[in-house]
Design a protein around this ligand. Sequence first.
Ligand SMILES: Nc1ncnc2c1ncn2[C@@H]1O[C@H](COP(=O)(O)OP(=O)(O)OP(=O)(O)O)[C@@H](O)[C@H]1O
Length: 229
Amino acid sequence: MLNLTNLRAAYGESEVLHGLNLNVQPGEIVAIMGRNGMGKTTLMKTMMGIVPASYGAVSVGDTDVTAMKSHKRVANGIAYVPQGRMIFSAMTVQENVETGLTVTGKKTVPPDIYELFPVLLEMKGRRGGNLSGGQQQQLAIARALASNPKVLLLDEPTEGIQPSIIREMARTLRRIRDERGLSIIVSEQVLSFALDVADRVMVIENGQFVHDSPRDGIDAAKVSKFLSV
Ligand SMILES: Nc1ncnc2c1ncn2[C@@H]1O[C@H](COP(=O)(O)OP(=O)(O)OP(=O)(O)O)[C@@H](O)[C@H]1O
């Protein structure tokens, strides 16, 4: 569903992604793990078209999106929950979710989105900035789902979230995958969350994938070693 081919990206002269290859199947959840500064956010931004690829390709299904601006990528089925969530704090919960509808031409939020996140329905008139961290994360996921994506990208969704909510988030993401059949790519530093949520775990180090393992039978100690400083 999502394919990266020899993907490279740089900030000025400094190359950060050194030729990444990845093939994510429809309905597959892939966790990309790595320490701070290893390139996870840059990879997310390059898939989303916020950072341009300097070489290689990003495609969704049969569509090559490498040359497309971000909003066109959204229209082609990629949705993004950025690190730090980037909720519009002065807008209401409902207005935040509605911003995700733009590419669909719909005017109202489909009820199944609020079914996934009942707390957002309760709070739909509240300002986004008044929600807790966990609720804001739900809002950011709801907003991303409003564009009806084929591929959902989440950049370190557990950052600043309590452990009990993190477990719930893993369950919700699997439910979203089961109900909608979409593919999910999540960048992460918390191994327990990655093992809860993902079908496959990759490790990125200095802009290269250094480990790729199915969740079942994974050598968790080895992955953990990559993550320790
Ligand atoms: N805007 C930028 N300009 C120049 N260099 C950058 C920029 N953003 C990131 N970098 C560098 O690119 C490398 C990868 O950073 P990136 O943010 O992708 O890592 P990360 O794995 O997401 O880390 P974190 O977990 O801290 O978000 C780092 O060396 C970082 O200093």
